[in-house]
Design a protein around this ligand. Structure first.
Ligand code: ADP
Ligand code: MG
Length: 333
């Protein structure tokens, strides 16, 4: 497990390749994913500063937010499980607050207090879990304990929980939050035209010399591009899916997105793509809407203030909000 984590830090290999006169592409490997940074019309020296600051930020975040490798979040989870209050490092406070708000808006379907359940299912690991699903009784105990973000109290920088079952795991929106911070970094340096792309989930600002950025929506099966969207100004495109991480036992796949109401992996939804200005919101919403499924996605999207949604069900059916329908262009097959 540790070895895999070390690989995550090999991000010094920052490769720059100038594709077109004014556009450059950098790649870092962090959070277990390739992060691509596309910059348009930026001086090389400023680019280097931007990329090195973002690299440092991502390294720090990876350490501070990791739910099972030793670090601040693991310490927090230990204290909460023991009913103790604990001082929280400053960088985690806005994450706790923003994720709590998003969790409320999603009616608890996006639930960053879900770490205990993820651990039961073997998803707090860098290797794919295998073997039979956890015991029904253990799942039922977790569901009964019903840990939620609203069990937490932040008093200044002191965090405590009225429910010892709360175990924080920000896996469902860390990428979005990190992409937002990276965009902030770019703006601090006066960069107005860029894309930060974390493994297919991205935020784009400005334009490509006046032309909109054209970005791909990940295909739910086997990678590739399902559709394209033109983005300009400031927009994020995030996809959550059940196609990358799962547990398999006797031919049954158990996906890594869990329904906090039942303690069980979500069924029937292949992927959800959300378009929204803020990356963290888009990321949390994409996960929440996978849990909401074909029945409830419209209600939860409305509650979360999301107007652009595309949901692909396991039969290949595509469900879209009217606003999304106007933006998506499908690839010719
Ligand atoms: P991806 O990794 O495909 O970008 P997500 O953004 O949807 O996917 O994040 C999925 C991760 O979120 C899971 O691997 C797990 O760590 C965590 N998770 C699973 N179910 C939930 C849930 N209901 N609420 C919050 N986090 C969840
Ligand atoms: Mg997500």
């Amino acid at each position: 497990m540790r070895k895999v984590a070390l690989i995550v830090f090999t991000l010094w290999a920052v490769a720059a390749c100038h594709q077109e006169p004014q556009s450059s592409q950098y790649e870092l490997y962090v959070f277990g994913t390739m992060v691509g940074i596309t910059l348009y019309g930026v001086e090389e020296e400023v680019e280097q500063t931007a990329v090195s600051r973002i690299t440092q930020d991502f390294q720090r975040m990876h350490h501070d937010w990791h739910a099972w490798e030793p670090g601040p979040l693991v310490d927090i989870n230990q204290a909460l499980a023991q009913g103790q209050s604990i001082r929280v490092i400053p960088s985690l406070i806005p994450i706790i607050e923003q994720s709590r708000e998003l969790s409320r808006q999603s009616e608890g379907l996006f639930d960053p207090a879900i770490g205990g359940l993820l651990n039961l299912w073997g998803f707090q690991s860098s290797v794919r879990p295998n073997g039979p699903p956890p015991d029904d009784a253990a799942i039922a105990r977790w569901v009964k304990a019903a840990p939620r973000m609203d069990d937490l109290t932040l008093d200044g920088d002191m965090l405590s929980s009225s429910n010892p079952a709360v175990q924080l795991d920000f896996g469902a929106f860390a990428k979005g939050y990190a992409v937002d911070l990276a965009i902030e970094r770019l703006r601090e340096l006066g960069i107005e035209n860029a894309i930060v792309n974390a493994g297919g989930d991205l935020r784009a600002i400005g334009s490509k010399g006046g032309e909109p950025w054209r970005v791909g929506v990940r295909h739910p099966q086997g990678g590739g591009v399902l559709a394209t969207i033109e983005v300009s100004g400031d927009e994020s495109v995030f996809t959550s899916g059940n196609y990358e991480r799962y547990r398999e036992h006797e031919g049954v796949r158990y996906t890594h997105i869990l329904d906090p109401r039942t303690g069980m992996p979500v069924n029937g939804i292949t992927s959800v793509t959300v378009l929204h200005d803020n990356g963290a919101v888009a990321d949390a919403a994409a996960t929440a809407l996978v849990v909401a499924g074909t029945q409830d996605w419209e209600r939860i999207a409305a509650r979360m203030g999301i107007s652009h949604v595309m949901l692909v069900d396991d039969e290949g059916g595509i469900h879209m909000s009217p606003a999304m329908r106007e933006r998506v262009q499908f690839q010719e097959q």
